[in-house]
Ligand binder design. Structure first.
Ligand code: SAM
Ligand code: SF4
Ligand code: SF4
Length: 378
């Protein structure tokens, strides 16, 4: 039964492609990446954006992979902007040339988020898998020059977290309006590489202290957002503000998801080529599976925090326990918390998890390449 009282999503995250010139070992994208030939066409994306606007979506986030690899990006941003959406480009910035940036500005792009790997070239390029540091700096400066608000996103992990002070100085120099210091979320390639990425408690305490100090120092100039690491928390976060409650993700091949990592879950697919977004959002078995609290097992069912964190992340529960219905193992009340504790213990055992740069450091498995040729837009 469709829920006619349900509000629509606030934002749509359009993952235009999985192709990317970079191969970050911490990338949360799936182990199985969508081929370019399977991607939605320009007309299909336009229809998706129309249907999203009809559902009441106010924000269009264009991401990937690398969204700049889509030749039709300017067209799609212009389309979303014409529908009245606030448009945001989530990018590695590789491919953000001046003409492209100017075309995006003219199409109505409102905001740019650039991801950076580290503050210094050798580490940055090693983490990105290609030489990209200088291009990122140039692109970040261009974003400011063209008058966009600039958010920098830095995924923090064992390999870069000790440089947080230098990273923040660099953020200041680039005059970013906002910086997201996002501790790695262990999905996709990041879960595969968790052993090499999970920082120690000591590293985290240092990073928290430095980011707190920076938040004070940069107040009024740069918003410093520190995303707390799941594995060191007592309770999980309410993933995406609740399953099927605020955000809608559409993947390159048209599969819609309530969250970025839900493609791993054994649930029936809901594809925009077969259904309109309204049905997908309101009535599909996928979007209704974990909406609200009725689906919860104990200990969540009888817990006072069930409306606060909604039982945590279904994808994390599935990836760590094999059962998507279980309480998120990050929760200290979960019967599966030992899985997280064991990973944390290993990260804090110098013998088991050697320091970054040491010869015994676990090997990072880079993402494989999906063709980075620009897509032939319709
Ligand atoms: C998957 S990327 C796609 C867009 C673009 N390629 C980029 O890197 O900015 C979207 C955002 O997720 C961030 N990200 C990637 N892997 C992550 C992870 N494991 N945990 C937290 N954030 C992650 C990136 O830094 C980026 O800001
Ligand atoms: S996080 Fe890195 S590998 Fe993943 S899509 Fe973004 S730039 Fe590409
Ligand atoms: S038991 Fe469930 S609802 Fe309670 S804190 Fe843990 S995850 Fe949240």
């Amino acid at each position: 039964m469709p829920d006619v009282t349900l509000d629509g999503p606030l934002g749509v995250l359009a993952e235009l492609t999985h192709a990317c010139p970079l191969s970050c070992s911490y990338c949360s994208n799936p182990l199985e990446l969508t081929k370019r030939s399977a991607e939605l066409s320009t007309d299909e994306w336009r229809r998706v954006l129309d249907e999203a606007a009809d559902l009441g979506v106010l924000q269009g986030h264009f991401s990937g992979g690398e969204p700049l690899l889509r030749r039709d990006l300017v067209d799609l941003v212009g389309h979303a902007s014409g529908l009245g959406m606030y448009t945001n480009l989530v990018t590695s910035a590789i491919g953000l040339s001046r003409p492209r940036a100017e075309a995006l500005r003219d199409a109505g792009l409102d905001h740019v988020q650039v991801s950076i790997q580290a503050d210094e070239p050798v580490l940055s390029d090693r983490l990105a898998g290609i030489s990209s540091f200088e291009k990122k700096i140039e692109a970040a400066r261009l974003v400011k020059e063209l008058g966009w608000p600039l958010t920098l996103n830095v995924v923090l992990h064992r390999q870069n977290i000790d440089r947080i002070g230098a990273i923040l100085e660099w953020v200041e120099e680039l005059e970013a309006d906002r910086v997201e210091l996002a501790n790695t979320q262990y999905y996709g390639w990041a879960l595969r590489n968790r052993e090499a990425l999970l920082p120690s408690r000591e590293q985290l305490e240092h990073a928290e202290k430095v980011s707190r100090e920076a938040r004070e120092r940069l107040r009024g100039r740069t918003d410093v957002i520190y995303v707390i690491p799941d594995y060191y928390s007592q309770y999980p976060k309410p993933c995406m503000g609740g399953w099927g409650s605020r955000q809608l993700v559409v993947g390159p091949e048209g599969n819609a998801w309530p969250c970025l990592s839900a493609h791993e879950l054994p649930l029936p697919r809901a594809n925009v080529r077969e259904h309109d977004l309204s049905w997908i959002w309101r009535s599909s078995p996928l979007f209704t599976a974990f909406r609200g609290t009725d689906w919860m097992p104990d200990p969540c069912r009888s817990c006072d925090r069930r409306e606060v964190d909604l039982g945590g992340c279904r994808c994390q529960a599935f990836q760590l326990t094999g059962d998507m219905h279980r309480t998120d193992p990050v929760c200290v009340l979960s019967p599966d918390r030992h899985i997280v504790d064991e990973a944390v213990a290993a990260a804090n055992d110098p013998a088991a998890a050697p320091a970054a740069g040491s010869s015994r450091e676990p090997v990072l498995v880079p993402m494989p390449e999906v063709s980075v040729r620009p897509h032939r837009a319709d």
